[in-house]
Design a protein around this ligand. Structure first.
Ligand SMILES: [Zn+2]
Length: 200
């Protein structure tokens, strides 16, 4: 994973009864300008986990990434062998389905070579990566004698929780890049930047 693609690590520390997010702990607090000297244990910086994973190392997952570049930079080479280093990964295997892991690639191969998924049949809204994944999962579920998933259920249950987390992270990252830090109230929960969207 390249440093530029992964982005800089984010940290969070406490000062002025606020949570301050930044790329590193500054010499002085950006709010009160006080030197960030001897710190109490509860004020020690913690790192914010990056919601992106290297998609090439994920198994049986639905991966999301921007159409161009990576989430945190706007350029990048894309081939199937590369370009998914910064993805939002959505595990698709449900409990009790792990026995499928070995056949997954074969199922996916067979499924993908049916004429339905030729590139020229791609339609932005109705025949896209979500329908592809959903149709595939439903094939598997049927094979396993399980109930099928509806599109809304799939997106709500599998996709949204992950993209929501990723979009918060991206917003936070961009604000820090622009202003150097981001402040939230203490000690309420994490961050509430506006929601964004992810591309396939
Ligand atoms: Zn301060």
């Amino acid at each position: 994973m390249q440093y530029t693609e992964a982005g800089k690590p984010l940290i969070k520390f406490s000062h002025c009864k606020k949570y301050i997010y930044s790329f590193s702990v500054p010499q002085s607090c950006p709010l009160c300008q006080q030197v960030m000297g001897s710190r109490k244990l509860e004020e020690a910086p913690v790192s914010i986990s990056n919601p992106f994973t290297n998609g090439h190392q994920e198994k049986c997952s639905f991966l999301l990434r921007p159409t161009q570049g990576t989430f945190l930079s706007t350029h990048g080479v894309q081939r199937d062998e590369a370009g998914w280093e910064q993805s939002v990964s959505i595990p698709l295997l449900q409990p009790g389905m792990f026995g499928l892991m070995d056949q997954w690639d074969k199922y996916l191969d067979d499924f993908s070579t049916t004429g339905a998924w030729l590139p020229q049949r791609y339609e932005e809204d109705r025949h896209n990566c979500y329908t592809y994944t959903l149709t595939f999962i439903n094939c598997i579920l049927t094979t396993e004698g399980k109930e099928q998933l509806g599109k809304d259920e799939f997106i709500e249950k599998y996709v949204v929780p992950r993209t929501r987390k990723a979009s918060k992270y991206i917003t936070l990252y961009r604000v820090i890049e622009e202003r150097g830090f981001y402040v939230t109230d203490h000690p309420d929960d994490e961050t509430n930047p506006p929601e964004g969207s992810a591309a396939c």
